[in-house]
Design a protein around this ligand. Structure first.
Ligand SMILES: Nc1nc2c(ncn2[C@@H]2O[C@H](COP(=O)(O)OP(=O)(O)O)[C@@H](O)[C@H]2O)c(=O)[nH]1
Ligand SMILES: [Mg+2]
Length: 363
């Protein structure tokens, strides 16, 4: 699972990337060039349930769920040619996007024209839309050429889907908005569309504008513009979030208190990204390790077991499962056993977010 951070130059992508991953990549006040292949960072998914389980078990090791994240530098108005192709290549490799939109004023940080978050956001979106339109047109031409030669198969669902996509893109609407049935969706599944990806729009505000009325107003404007499935809009100060991420444990609390917030805003962004990606966490617990694992919503027990090790999926017999809330209510596994809240589940069990699972398997 991988997130990609996009945004116009100087929007605060690298700053947010550092905040999300705890890395210390160079942040510059001038637009910097794209790294050919930027190394992805690892985002650890904050989860209060995991913290609580770790307090109870006092394990030697506590391991969070992880999502990869890349800072995709170089998107700008009117990009084209090889540079654009390279960027879309990187983008195609992600499952969801974080689109950073600048709202902070700073004379020292270059911005193209007056600050206008909605115009900036729409300008980058337009680049994705143009890219997708080109994909659609190329594909349609190929299908038609093949049909003229009599070598095309039955492409009706694909052609129908592509025509609908073309119409939307020509209206400058992202493909996220296009309603397609299952056949149509499958037919275009191999095309690497950019505007189809779920997006978290992050409005990057000045530190003294966190939660301010004008911030809320801009968030509302953006939310209105992006209304529909697969988009969420947030505001935060990337600079503050980066500082928070670099503090030692214990140092952050007074700082958060001053800002009047309970936890860093990036935590919310990460959890929302996780949800947008259709991911859930299940836990394994023990004295050695308390760990959160990632699986897709709707996965059955053997598939979830495979996230830990393919041997467990292959030799799956059954799963002993207790929901997080039931476990906390019982206080311990022994008590949960007495209460009968630990369930034995078979291979058809659909794993739920927060399940604590022990897999039984033959090796
Ligand atoms: N005042 C302020 N400056 C910021 C904030 N976020 C980023 N910057 C500054 O904006 C410049 C560009 O940030 P950077 O993260 O490198 O942007 P990128 O080009 O999108 O990667 C740097 O000088 C940052 O210090 C913010 O929330 N507030
Ligand atoms: Mg950068």
């Amino acid at each position: 699972m991988k997130l990609g951070i996009i945004g116009l130059p100087n929007a605060g992508k690298t700053t947010l990337m550092n905040a999300l991953t705890g890395q210390e990549l160079e942040v510059t006040a001038y637009p910097n060039q794209a790294a050919a292949d930027p190394p992805p960072g690892i985002v650890k998914v904050p989860d209060a349930r995991l913290d609580r389980l770790s307090e109870i078990y006092q394990p030697r090791k506590t391991t969070r769920a992880e999502v990869a994240c890349s800072d995709i530098t170089g998107f700008d108005r009117g990009i084209s040619g090889d540079a654009a192709a390279g960027l879309f290549e990187l983008l195609a490799d992600t499952d969801a996007l974080i689109h950073v939109v600048r709202a902070f004023e700073d004379e020292a940080v270059v911005h193209d024209g007056p600050l206008d978050p909605l115009a900036d956001a729409a300008a980058l979106d337009l680049e994705l839309i143009f890219h997708d339109l080109e994909l659609v047109e190329t594909r349609l031409e190929r299908i038609e050429a093949a049909q003229r030669k009599g070598i095309g198969g039955d492409n009706e669902a694909e052609k129908r889907a592509l025509e609908r996509c073309r119409q939307a893109l020509e209206r400058e609407e992202p493909l996220r908005r296009v309603e397609l049935d299952e056949d149509e969706r499958a037919a275009i599944g191999s095309l690497r569309f950019a505007s189809l990806k779920p997006v978290l729009v992050v409005l990057n505000v000045a530190e003294d504008r966190i939660g301010a009325p004008e911030t809320e107003a801009t968030v509302a404007t953006l939310a209105d513009h992006y209304a529909g499935k697969g988009v969420r809009v947030f505001s935060l100060s990337a600079a503050i979030e980066m500082e928070l991420s670099q503090l030692e444990t214990g140092e952050a609390e007074p700082f958060l208190g001053e800002l009047g917030i309970e936890e860093p805003a990036v935590n919310l962004v990460i959890r929302e990204a996780y949800r947008l990606l259709g991911l859930i966490s299940f836990f394994t617990v023990g004295e050695d390790e308390v760990r959160a694992w990632t699986t897709r919503r709707g996965d059955r027990a053997p598939r979830a077991a495979g996230r830990i090790h393919s041997d467990i999926e292959r030799g799956f017999i059954r799963a002993e499962v207790i929901g997080y809330e039931d476990f906390i209510a019982a206080g311990s596994m022994a008590r949960a056993r007495e209460l009968g809240t630990i369930r034995l589940e078979g291979k058809d069990y659909v794993v739920e977010d927060g399940d604590i699972i022990e897999f039984r398997f033959t090796s």
